[in-house]
Design a protein around this ligand. Structure first.
Ligand SMILES: [Zn+2]
Length: 459
């Protein structure tokens, strides 16, 4: 058993719970992944960064973690996008999924251990539909398979909604084949222009909810530890996943803990294409380092709504400049096996309190800046690096962080000017030294003098 206790706020019980894995030798986590038809926006990136941080903490505490995140590659939005662009559906999903991985990778979010694609698991979904029909929880009607909500007495318990809210939330269309307006689709028919698979109910395709139930069971078993996603998935998506899985797999209680991140606003407003404040990660990465986006996101506790502002991004970038400056000034200090400081670990283990962890991290950097003896510096730097790994930051080379886009010729030229300036200063020719410095500032390059020598960065 590990000494540090992880506590997480569990949506099912609406309480902070001590995390006790079903099998401490294999902690199992499922997070709802993207529907791949367009670039991910910052709201899509939030659960990715939050659950990547959780996985880092879990991997620190337990010997083995299995992290599954699905890819929804069959969906009406994808079909519509392919129709508009004339591209084959498989091209749209392949291209968009790769862009998603690239963008999330730039935020230092590691790829999950398993990324199942919905279209590779149609037989499992059909089998689950058949099992639900056999047990009387679902029925087939006009090429559809529907889940019969009144057959599952706990329906609505998870999201704590009453029937009226559920019907409103289900956005019911006029569907004469439904026995009850709250019944939801497990399988639906496809026309000739829409992707479809042969099934006992004719050619069709799965509903979205059944995908996650089928794929989580396939890779993590009927019971696993944590199910995560954005708060907007609590109803109907997660309510329906629970209904499907608990009814298909009798005796199963599905996920033991449920974690949901809060929603995201942009400059105080709901993000929407019509308001013109729709921010994709792809666009943000044009102007900001991925680590700044990540740190800005972790600056708000995951459970709270986040207000995404340029100001927060700038502050995160400045904080990273400070962290990288501390590393840059200690290039020769190579710490060994320094454990993660309790201050940061305890903050993260308290329901992933990243704002507190970041505040504690600033303290560690201050200690590194203050350290003078070689041993103290090594200890302090080791603590900074160990904590950074848990937060998923400082993965760049400190030199590259500041000099970034310099090509070799430019870097060599700047190094040469720094040498000329040092020579001028040695000769007490301060006019020349100042001119070199000011010419570089005019080019957006700032020289910084440290005990160990002079380095430069773009400003
Ligand atoms: Zn899901």
């Amino acid at each position: 058993m590990t000494k540090t206790t992880l506590r997480i706020y569990d949506t099912l019980t609406r309480e902070k719970q001590v995390f006790e894995p079903i099998d401490p030798n294999n902690v199992r986590l499922y997070v709802c992944g993207p529907t791949v038809y367009d670039y991910a926006h910052v709201g899509n990136a939030r659960p990715v960064v939050v659950f990547d941080t959780l996985v880092r903490v879990l991997r620190h505490l337990y010997p083995h973690v299995t992290y599954v995140r699905n890819v929804t590659d069959v969906d009406d939005k994808i079909n519509e996008r392919a129709r508009q662009s004339g591209e084959p559906i498989s091209e749209v999903t392949k291209r968009t999924h790769q862009a998603y991985l690239d963008d999330m990778g730039a935020l230092n979010a590691a790829k999950p251990d398993i990324e199942p694609r919905a279209t590779d698991h149609i037989p499992e979904m059909i089998a689950m539909c058949e099992s639900l029909i056999e047990q009387g929880f679902a029925y087939a009607a006009e090429g559809h398979v529907l889940f019969s909500v009144d057959k599952y007495e706990d329906y609505g318990k998870f999201s704590r909604r009453d029937r009226k809210e559920m019907i409103a939330g289900a956005r019911v269309e006029v569907a004469p084949y439904k026995k009850d307006p709250a019944d939801f689709v497990l399988w639906k028919p496809s026309d000739d222009d829409t992707p479809g698979w042969e099934s006992p109910w004719g050619r069709g395709r799965p509903g979205w909810h059944i995908e996650c139930s089928a794929m989580s069971t396939r890779y993590l078993g009927e019971n696993f530890d944590i199910h995560g996603g954005g708060q907007d998935l609590v109803f109907p998506h997660h309510e329906n996943e629970i209904a499907q899985s608990c009814c298909a797999n009798q005796g199963s209680s599905y996920a033991k803990y449920w974690m949901h991140n809060g929603h995201l606003m942009v400059e105080g407003e709901k993000m929407s294409k019509s308001l013109g404040n729709f921010v994709t990660v792809h666009d943000l990465l044009e102007n900001w380092p991925g680590e700044a986006i990540r740190l800005a996101m972790l600056g708000t506790h995951y459970h709270q709504p986040i207000n995404w502002t340029e100001d927060n991004l700038r502050q995160a970038k400045e904080a990273l400049d400070r962290f990288y400056t501390a590393l840059r000034q200690t290039p020769d200090v190579r710490p060994e096996n320094v454990p993660v400081p309790a201050s940061v670990l305890n903050a993260l283990c308290d329901d992933l309190n990243t704002p507190l962890a970041i505040a504690e991290f600033h303290e560690l950097v201050t200690e590194l800046n203050k350290a003078t003896k070689k041993y103290d510096k090594a200890e302090a730097k080791g603590r900074v690096l160990a904590a950074a790994e848990l937060l998923g930051i400082l993965e760049n080379d400190p030199e590259d962080w500041f000099t970034g886009s310099a090509d070799e010729d430019e870097a060599a030229e700047i190094d040469d000017l720094i040498a000329q300036r040092a020579e001028a200063k040695k000769n007490r020719d301060f006019a020349t030294a100042d001119k070199i410095r000011n010419d570089l500032i005019a080019r957006g390059i700032l020289l910084e003098d440290f005990k160990e020598g002079t380095s430069w960065k773009r400003v």
